[in-house]
Design a protein around this ligand. Structure first.
Ligand code: A3P
Length: 287
């Protein structure tokens, strides 16, 4: 189960990706009405899948209570064409998720007017969350140590490639795509305002009552307790939550409990060298 697939120089877990599925994703035929959520892993993907499906469920909560997030907003790189077909029968726009980088996916995207929601998170919190996820996901290897995991993250040799290239690649396409950039931190600090802005971008403005329903059903407490979204229905071989939960902390700044001053200095030096001249205004503080 714990195998690696290398695609365009990036490592993917072989259990959930095949060369065929990755290739198919890169030549996917998007429709103008499609909405694609893109994230680097552990940036709040499941949270945003929940928000997106709540925005489009128009108060009908049956799918929220009965379908896992990955069935409502499936991964394009894992998709089976049967589930795509059945998706066409719903009244929602087609909602998809991807962890692929911009280089792989943007040529296909640019052939349509599909909307992209790109969600990013402070890379230090991404790293800590990913470190824990490697320990519970059967399709990822157990990290030897936190220090080694930091090195791998900074070198961009870990699973799903370089966080730096991912964020820079997608944000460099802001002028070429219809792209909404949102951060985990914004959604955490100002959920109502952020969801309102997002829903307007998606052409589905919400009333105050709808916002209340979305806020309730996308809260950490609701999602972590819902067996439908907290991944507890998956077999232990895929995600074993006996030693650590998928919904682990759900906070901003948990990295402070893991980074020594030396690791922090090392991380900041690489961050500065890779992101310093990117011209991107990212909302997190690195100290
Ligand atoms: P932590 O491990 O820091 O707790 P992804 O879905 O991209 O794999 O991201 C998982 C991270 O998002 C986990 O972070 C998880 O707890 C957090 N998360 C998921 N739903 C959330 C919510 N409703 N509110 C806050 N954080 C959430």
């Amino acid at each position: 189960m714990n195998t690696t697939e290398i695609f365009d120089g990036v490592r993917f877990p072989g259990f959930i990706h095949t060369p065929e599925s990755l290739k198919a994703a890169c030549s996917f035929q998007f429709q103008d009405t499609d909405i694609l959520l893109v994230t680097f892993p552990k940036s709040g993907t499941t949270w945003m899948q929940q928000v997106l499906s709540l925005i489009f469920c128009e108060g009908h909560l049956w799918p929220i209570h009965n379908l896992p997030t990955w069935a409502r907003v499936p991964w394009i790189e894992q998709i089976s064409f049967d589930s795509l077909h059945s998706k066409r029968n719903t009244s929602w726009p087609r909602l998809f998720t991807s962890h692929l980088n911009a280089k792989g996916l943007s040529p296909a995207l640019m052939k349509s007017k599909a909307k992209v929601v790109y969600m990013a998170r402070n890379p230090k919190d991404v790293l800590v969350s990913f470190f824990h996820f490697h320990r519970i996901a059967g399709f990822l290897p157990n990290p030897s140590s936190f220090e080694d995991f930091v090195d791998e993250f900074l070198e961009g040799t870990g699973f799903f490639g370089s966080w730096f290239d991912h964020v820079k690649g997608w944000l460099s396409l802001q002028k070429d795509l219809t792209l909404f950039f949102v951060t985990y931190e914004e959604l955490h600090q100002e959920p109502r305002f952020t969801i309102r802005k997002l829903s307007e971008f998606l052409g589905r403005p919400l009333g105050p009552k709808e916002e209340d329903i979305i806020l309730e059903h996308s809260s950490f407490s609701f999602m972590s307790q819902s067996n439908i979204v907290n991944y507890s229905l998956l077999s232990k071989e895929i995600i074993d939550q006996s030693e650590g939960k998928f919904f682990r902390k759900g906070v901003v700044g948990n990295w402070r409990e893991y980074f020594t001053p030396e690791l922090n200095e090392k991380f900041n030096a690489v961050y500065q060298s890779k992101m310093g001249d990117s011209g991107l205004c990212l909302p997190w503080t690195m100290d």
